[in-house]
Design a protein around this ligand. Structure first.
Ligand code: SAH
Ligand code: SF4
Length: 338
Protein backbone atom coordinates (compact mmCIF):
# COMPACT_ATOMS: atom_id res chain seq x y z
CA UNK A 1 0.00 0.00 0.00
CA UNK A 2 1.26 3.47 -0.84
CA UNK A 3 1.74 6.12 1.84
CA UNK A 4 1.49 9.90 1.93
CA UNK A 5 4.87 11.37 1.02
CA UNK A 6 4.36 14.50 3.16
CA UNK A 7 4.06 12.26 6.20
CA UNK A 8 6.91 10.03 5.02
CA UNK A 9 9.20 13.00 4.32
CA UNK A 10 8.76 14.29 7.87
CA UNK A 11 8.49 11.07 9.86
CA UNK A 12 10.73 8.43 8.35
CA UNK A 13 12.45 9.44 5.10
CA UNK A 14 15.93 8.76 6.59
CA UNK A 15 15.02 5.13 7.15
CA UNK A 16 13.47 4.83 3.67
CA UNK A 17 16.59 6.26 2.01
CA UNK A 18 18.68 3.74 3.89
CA UNK A 19 16.45 0.91 2.64
CA UNK A 20 16.80 2.29 -0.88
CA UNK A 21 20.55 2.44 -0.49
CA UNK A 22 20.55 6.18 -1.11
CA UNK A 23 22.66 8.91 0.50
CA UNK A 24 21.09 10.87 3.42
CA UNK A 25 21.38 14.21 1.54
CA UNK A 26 18.56 13.09 -0.74
CA UNK A 27 16.26 14.02 2.12
CA UNK A 28 17.12 17.70 1.66
CA UNK A 29 16.33 17.48 -2.03
CA UNK A 30 13.01 15.77 -1.37
CA UNK A 31 12.09 18.39 1.25
CA UNK A 32 12.94 21.18 -1.21
CA UNK A 33 10.69 19.71 -3.86
CA UNK A 34 7.80 19.12 -1.49
CA UNK A 35 7.94 22.08 0.86
CA UNK A 36 9.67 24.81 -1.11
CA UNK A 37 8.96 24.09 -4.77
CA UNK A 38 5.45 22.67 -4.33
CA UNK A 39 6.07 19.65 -6.56
CA UNK A 40 2.93 17.71 -7.39
CA UNK A 41 4.64 14.71 -9.02
CA UNK A 42 7.86 12.74 -8.54
CA UNK A 43 8.62 13.30 -12.22
CA UNK A 44 9.22 16.98 -11.53
CA UNK A 45 12.04 16.18 -9.11
CA UNK A 46 14.64 16.52 -11.84
CA UNK A 47 17.74 16.30 -9.68
CA UNK A 48 16.81 12.91 -8.22
CA UNK A 49 18.15 9.78 -9.94
CA UNK A 50 15.57 7.98 -12.04
CA UNK A 51 15.84 4.88 -9.86
CA UNK A 52 15.01 6.83 -6.71
CA UNK A 53 12.06 8.53 -8.36
CA UNK A 54 10.69 5.15 -9.35
CA UNK A 55 11.05 3.82 -5.82
CA UNK A 56 9.35 6.83 -4.35
CA UNK A 57 6.60 6.54 -6.92
CA UNK A 58 5.96 2.92 -5.97
CA UNK A 59 5.91 3.60 -2.21
CA UNK A 60 4.24 7.00 -1.98
CA UNK A 61 1.60 9.34 -3.36
CA UNK A 62 1.69 13.15 -3.22
CA UNK A 63 -1.57 14.39 -1.87
CA UNK A 64 -2.66 17.32 0.28
CA UNK A 65 -5.86 17.19 2.35
CA UNK A 66 -8.99 17.95 0.37
CA UNK A 67 -9.93 21.60 0.16
CA UNK A 68 -13.62 21.75 0.94
CA UNK A 69 -14.21 25.45 1.38
CA UNK A 70 -12.45 28.75 0.74
CA UNK A 71 -13.88 31.97 2.15
CA UNK A 72 -12.32 35.37 1.51
CA UNK A 73 -13.12 38.59 3.31
CA UNK A 74 -14.30 41.45 1.11
CA UNK A 75 -11.00 43.29 1.36
CA UNK A 76 -9.07 40.08 0.49
CA UNK A 77 -7.01 40.47 3.64
CA UNK A 78 -8.30 37.31 5.31
CA UNK A 79 -8.76 33.88 3.79
CA UNK A 80 -10.20 30.90 5.64
CA UNK A 81 -9.91 27.35 4.34
CA UNK A 82 -11.65 24.23 5.52
CA UNK A 83 -9.61 21.09 4.83
CA UNK A 84 -10.62 17.46 5.06
CA UNK A 85 -7.92 15.04 6.20
CA UNK A 86 -7.55 11.51 4.86
CA UNK A 87 -9.63 10.07 7.71
CA UNK A 88 -12.29 12.76 7.05
CA UNK A 89 -11.42 14.91 10.08
CA UNK A 90 -12.14 18.52 9.12
CA UNK A 91 -10.16 21.53 10.29
CA UNK A 92 -10.02 25.22 9.47
CA UNK A 93 -7.01 27.44 8.91
CA UNK A 94 -6.66 31.18 8.31
CA UNK A 95 -4.31 33.49 6.38
CA UNK A 96 -4.22 37.18 7.32
CA UNK A 97 -2.53 40.20 5.85
CA UNK A 98 -1.85 43.17 8.08
CA UNK A 99 0.36 45.98 6.82
CA UNK A 100 3.41 44.06 5.64
CA UNK A 101 2.81 40.95 7.78
CA UNK A 102 1.42 37.76 6.32
CA UNK A 103 0.41 35.32 9.01
CA UNK A 104 -1.05 31.84 8.92
CA UNK A 105 -2.98 30.63 11.93
CA UNK A 106 -2.55 26.86 12.13
CA UNK A 107 -4.88 24.34 13.72
CA UNK A 108 -3.13 21.59 15.67
CA UNK A 109 -6.14 19.45 16.61
CA UNK A 110 -9.46 18.61 14.98
CA UNK A 111 -11.65 20.16 17.66
CA UNK A 112 -10.52 20.87 21.21
CA UNK A 113 -11.22 19.03 24.45
CA UNK A 114 -10.90 22.01 26.75
CA UNK A 115 -14.36 23.44 26.44
CA UNK A 116 -13.73 27.16 26.94
CA UNK A 117 -17.16 28.74 27.13
CA UNK A 118 -16.43 31.55 24.66
CA UNK A 119 -14.82 29.48 21.90
CA UNK A 120 -16.55 27.97 18.85
CA UNK A 121 -13.95 25.20 18.52
CA UNK A 122 -15.07 23.86 21.88
CA UNK A 123 -18.56 23.26 20.43
CA UNK A 124 -17.54 20.74 17.83
CA UNK A 125 -16.67 17.18 18.68
CA UNK A 126 -13.00 16.58 19.47
CA UNK A 127 -11.60 14.17 16.94
CA UNK A 128 -7.84 13.90 17.34
CA UNK A 129 -4.42 15.51 17.32
CA UNK A 130 -3.16 16.51 13.90
CA UNK A 131 0.13 15.10 12.66
CA UNK A 132 3.02 17.38 11.69
CA UNK A 133 2.42 16.89 7.95
CA UNK A 134 -1.22 17.86 8.37
CA UNK A 135 -0.17 21.11 10.04
CA UNK A 136 2.34 21.78 7.25
CA UNK A 137 -0.32 21.09 4.62
CA UNK A 138 -2.25 24.12 5.93
CA UNK A 139 0.73 26.28 5.02
CA UNK A 140 1.28 24.59 1.67
CA UNK A 141 -2.21 25.53 0.53
CA UNK A 142 -1.74 29.20 1.26
CA UNK A 143 1.84 29.27 0.02
CA UNK A 144 0.82 28.59 -3.57
CA UNK A 145 -0.72 32.02 -3.93
CA UNK A 146 0.10 34.05 -0.82
CA UNK A 147 3.15 35.22 1.06
CA UNK A 148 3.74 33.75 4.53
CA UNK A 149 6.21 35.30 6.94
CA UNK A 150 4.67 34.42 10.28
CA UNK A 151 3.05 31.34 11.73
CA UNK A 152 0.90 31.21 14.83
CA UNK A 153 -0.41 28.05 16.46
CA UNK A 154 -3.67 29.73 17.41
CA UNK A 155 -6.22 27.85 15.37
CA UNK A 156 -8.28 24.90 16.52
CA UNK A 157 -6.94 22.94 19.46
CA UNK A 158 -4.53 23.16 22.39
CA UNK A 159 -0.90 23.05 21.16
CA UNK A 160 0.57 21.90 24.48
CA UNK A 161 -1.26 18.59 24.12
CA UNK A 162 0.37 17.96 20.75
CA UNK A 163 3.90 19.27 21.21
CA UNK A 164 5.79 16.38 19.64
CA UNK A 165 4.06 16.87 16.29
CA UNK A 166 4.32 20.65 16.59
CA UNK A 167 8.05 20.37 17.14
CA UNK A 168 8.35 18.34 13.94
CA UNK A 169 6.22 20.85 12.05
CA UNK A 170 8.41 23.69 13.32
CA UNK A 171 11.45 21.91 11.94
CA UNK A 172 9.91 22.07 8.45
CA UNK A 173 8.73 25.66 8.89
CA UNK A 174 12.18 26.90 9.95
CA UNK A 175 14.33 24.69 7.70
CA UNK A 176 16.10 26.13 4.65
CA UNK A 177 14.79 23.07 2.86
CA UNK A 178 11.29 23.89 4.03
CA UNK A 179 9.67 27.29 4.50
CA UNK A 180 12.70 29.17 5.87
CA UNK A 181 10.69 31.14 8.43
CA UNK A 182 12.63 32.32 11.48
CA UNK A 183 11.60 30.69 14.78
CA UNK A 184 11.22 34.21 16.15
CA UNK A 185 8.26 34.62 13.84
CA UNK A 186 6.46 31.58 15.20
CA UNK A 187 4.15 31.81 18.20
CA UNK A 188 2.41 29.08 20.15
CA UNK A 189 -0.74 30.10 22.00
CA UNK A 190 -1.84 28.04 24.98
CA UNK A 191 -4.82 28.00 27.27
CA UNK A 192 -2.18 27.88 30.00
CA UNK A 193 -0.49 24.51 30.53
CA UNK A 194 2.53 25.31 32.75
CA UNK A 195 4.67 22.27 31.92
CA UNK A 196 4.20 22.98 28.19
CA UNK A 197 5.46 26.54 28.64
CA UNK A 198 8.49 25.25 30.55
CA UNK A 199 9.13 22.70 27.79
CA UNK A 200 9.17 25.42 25.14
CA UNK A 201 11.51 27.57 27.23
CA UNK A 202 13.91 24.62 27.56
CA UNK A 203 13.64 22.97 24.16
CA UNK A 204 12.48 25.66 21.72
CA UNK A 205 13.61 28.93 23.34
CA UNK A 206 13.34 30.95 20.13
CA UNK A 207 9.63 30.24 19.71
CA UNK A 208 7.19 32.87 21.00
CA UNK A 209 4.62 31.95 23.62
CA UNK A 210 1.20 33.50 24.21
CA UNK A 211 -0.89 32.56 27.23
CA UNK A 212 -4.65 32.92 27.13
CA UNK A 213 -5.03 34.43 30.57
CA UNK A 214 -8.46 35.92 29.96
CA UNK A 215 -9.21 36.66 33.60
CA UNK A 216 -7.27 37.44 36.76
CA UNK A 217 -9.93 36.11 39.07
CA UNK A 218 -9.58 32.39 39.75
CA UNK A 219 -13.36 32.09 39.93
CA UNK A 220 -14.14 33.83 36.65
CA UNK A 221 -11.24 32.15 34.86
CA UNK A 222 -12.50 28.72 35.92
CA UNK A 223 -15.99 29.59 34.75
CA UNK A 224 -14.67 30.68 31.37
CA UNK A 225 -12.01 28.00 30.98
CA UNK A 226 -12.62 24.72 32.83
CA UNK A 227 -8.93 23.73 32.43
CA UNK A 228 -8.09 26.57 34.85
CA UNK A 229 -9.29 24.36 37.69
CA UNK A 230 -6.20 22.25 37.16
CA UNK A 231 -3.68 25.05 36.83
CA UNK A 232 -4.02 28.00 39.21
CA UNK A 233 -3.03 31.43 37.90
CA UNK A 234 0.02 31.53 40.19
CA UNK A 235 1.44 28.37 38.61
CA UNK A 236 0.87 29.81 35.17
CA UNK A 237 2.65 33.03 36.03
CA UNK A 238 5.58 31.08 37.45
CA UNK A 239 5.89 29.22 34.17
CA UNK A 240 5.68 32.53 32.28
CA UNK A 241 8.48 33.97 34.42
CA UNK A 242 10.55 30.84 33.82
CA UNK A 243 10.09 31.35 30.07
CA UNK A 244 11.09 35.03 30.10
CA UNK A 245 14.11 34.40 32.37
CA UNK A 246 15.30 31.45 30.33
CA UNK A 247 14.78 32.92 26.85
CA UNK A 248 15.29 36.63 27.42
CA UNK A 249 12.11 37.19 25.42
CA UNK A 250 8.83 38.80 26.36
CA UNK A 251 5.82 36.59 26.74
CA UNK A 252 2.35 37.56 25.55
CA UNK A 253 -0.75 37.44 27.71
CA UNK A 254 -3.90 37.22 25.65
CA UNK A 255 -6.99 38.62 27.25
CA UNK A 256 -10.33 38.01 25.57
CA UNK A 257 -12.29 41.04 26.70
CA UNK A 258 -15.93 40.22 27.43
CA UNK A 259 -18.35 42.96 28.32
CA UNK A 260 -19.39 42.85 31.97
CA UNK A 261 -17.34 39.70 32.69
CA UNK A 262 -13.68 40.65 32.92
CA UNK A 263 -13.51 44.31 31.86
CA UNK A 264 -13.71 46.31 35.10
CA UNK A 265 -11.15 48.78 36.39
CA UNK A 266 -10.35 46.30 39.18
CA UNK A 267 -9.68 43.57 36.62
CA UNK A 268 -7.25 45.88 34.81
CA UNK A 269 -5.50 46.89 38.04
CA UNK A 270 -5.20 43.29 39.15
CA UNK A 271 -3.87 42.27 35.72
CA UNK A 272 -1.12 44.88 35.93
CA UNK A 273 -0.21 43.80 39.45
CA UNK A 274 0.03 40.12 38.55
CA UNK A 275 2.16 40.66 35.47
CA UNK A 276 4.38 43.43 36.89
CA UNK A 277 7.42 41.21 37.37
CA UNK A 278 7.16 39.54 33.97
CA UNK A 279 8.49 41.15 30.78
CA UNK A 280 5.36 40.92 28.67
CA UNK A 281 2.94 42.21 26.12
CA UNK A 282 -0.74 42.21 26.92
CA UNK A 283 -2.90 41.53 23.92
CA UNK A 284 -6.54 42.47 24.38
CA UNK A 285 -8.79 40.45 22.08
CA UNK A 286 -12.31 41.87 22.02
CA UNK A 287 -14.66 38.89 22.27
CA UNK A 288 -15.91 37.71 18.88
CA UNK A 289 -19.47 36.51 19.23
CA UNK A 290 -20.02 32.85 18.49
CA UNK A 291 -23.34 31.16 17.82
CA UNK A 292 -25.44 30.48 20.90
CA UNK A 293 -23.08 31.91 23.53
CA UNK A 294 -24.52 34.38 25.98
CA UNK A 295 -21.50 36.70 26.15
CA UNK A 296 -21.47 40.27 24.95
CA UNK A 297 -18.91 41.87 22.71
CA UNK A 298 -17.39 44.99 24.30
CA UNK A 299 -18.06 48.25 22.40
CA UNK A 300 -15.21 50.50 21.32
CA UNK A 301 -15.69 52.71 24.38
CA UNK A 302 -15.33 49.74 26.77
CA UNK A 303 -12.27 48.46 24.91
CA UNK A 304 -10.63 51.84 25.04
CA UNK A 305 -11.37 52.26 28.72
CA UNK A 306 -9.76 48.93 29.57
CA UNK A 307 -6.76 49.65 27.37
CA UNK A 308 -6.25 53.06 28.94
CA UNK A 309 -6.27 51.54 32.45
CA UNK A 310 -3.55 49.13 31.38
CA UNK A 311 -1.40 51.78 29.76
CA UNK A 312 -0.36 53.04 33.18
CA UNK A 313 1.77 49.90 33.64
CA UNK A 314 5.04 48.80 32.06
CA UNK A 315 3.71 46.20 29.68
CA UNK A 316 3.17 46.85 25.99
CA UNK A 317 -0.57 46.88 25.34
CA UNK A 318 -2.07 45.91 22.00
CA UNK A 319 -5.63 45.36 20.89
CA UNK A 320 -6.19 42.59 18.39
CA UNK A 321 -9.17 43.55 16.32
CA UNK A 322 -9.77 40.09 14.96
CA UNK A 323 -9.26 39.96 11.26
CA UNK A 324 -11.98 38.22 9.39
CA UNK A 325 -14.62 38.06 12.09
CA UNK A 326 -17.25 38.72 9.39
CA UNK A 327 -16.28 35.43 7.72
CA UNK A 328 -16.07 33.65 11.10
CA UNK A 329 -12.28 33.55 10.83
CA UNK A 330 -11.54 35.59 13.94
CA UNK A 331 -10.03 34.26 17.18
CA UNK A 332 -12.21 31.58 18.68
CA UNK A 333 -14.53 31.33 15.71
CA UNK A 334 -12.97 28.34 13.99
CA UNK A 335 -15.32 25.44 13.75
CA UNK A 336 -18.42 27.60 14.02
CA UNK A 337 -19.54 26.46 10.60
CA UNK A 338 -18.48 22.83 10.75
N1 SAH B 1 -6.04 26.70 22.41
C1 SAH B 1 -5.14 27.77 22.34
C2 SAH B 1 -4.99 28.37 20.95
C3 SAH B 1 -6.24 28.57 20.15
S1 SAH B 1 -7.36 29.78 20.73
C4 SAH B 1 -5.51 28.86 23.34
O1 SAH B 1 -6.58 28.76 23.93
O2 SAH B 1 -4.70 29.77 23.53
C5 SAH B 1 -6.56 31.29 20.27
C6 SAH B 1 -6.99 32.53 21.05
O3 SAH B 1 -8.35 32.86 20.74
C7 SAH B 1 -6.94 32.34 22.56
O4 SAH B 1 -6.28 33.42 23.16
C8 SAH B 1 -8.41 32.35 22.97
O5 SAH B 1 -8.56 32.82 24.27
C9 SAH B 1 -8.99 33.26 21.92
N2 SAH B 1 -10.44 33.11 21.74
C10 SAH B 1 -11.18 32.00 21.85
N3 SAH B 1 -12.49 32.26 21.61
C11 SAH B 1 -12.56 33.58 21.34
C12 SAH B 1 -13.64 34.46 20.99
N4 SAH B 1 -14.89 34.02 20.86
N5 SAH B 1 -13.36 35.77 20.79
C13 SAH B 1 -12.07 36.23 20.87
N6 SAH B 1 -11.02 35.44 21.17
C14 SAH B 1 -11.26 34.14 21.41
FE1 SF4 C 1 -9.52 25.05 23.01
FE2 SF4 C 1 -8.20 27.40 22.92
FE3 SF4 C 1 -10.79 27.23 22.18
FE4 SF4 C 1 -10.12 26.96 24.74
S1 SF4 C 1 -9.85 28.81 23.48
S2 SF4 C 1 -11.57 25.66 23.62
S3 SF4 C 1 -8.19 25.90 24.60
S4 SF4 C 1 -9.08 26.26 21.19
Amino acid sequence: MKNNIYKGAIDYIEKKLEDYNEKPFRKDQIWLWLFKKDATSFDEMTDLPKKLKEKLESDFYIKLPKLIKTIKSEDDKTIKLALRMEDRAIIETVWMKEQNRHTVCISCQAGCKLGCRFCATARIKFKRNLEAYEMISQLLYFKRSNLIDRVVFMGMGEPMFNLTEIEKAIEVITSDYGLTISPKRITISTSGIPHGIVYIADKMPKIGVAISLNSVSEKTRTELMPIARKYPIRELLNAAKYYTDKTGRKITFEYVLISGVNDSRDDARHLLELTREIPCKINIIPYNPIPSARYKKPDSFEIDKFRTYLMSGKATITVRFSKGSEILAGCGQLGAEL
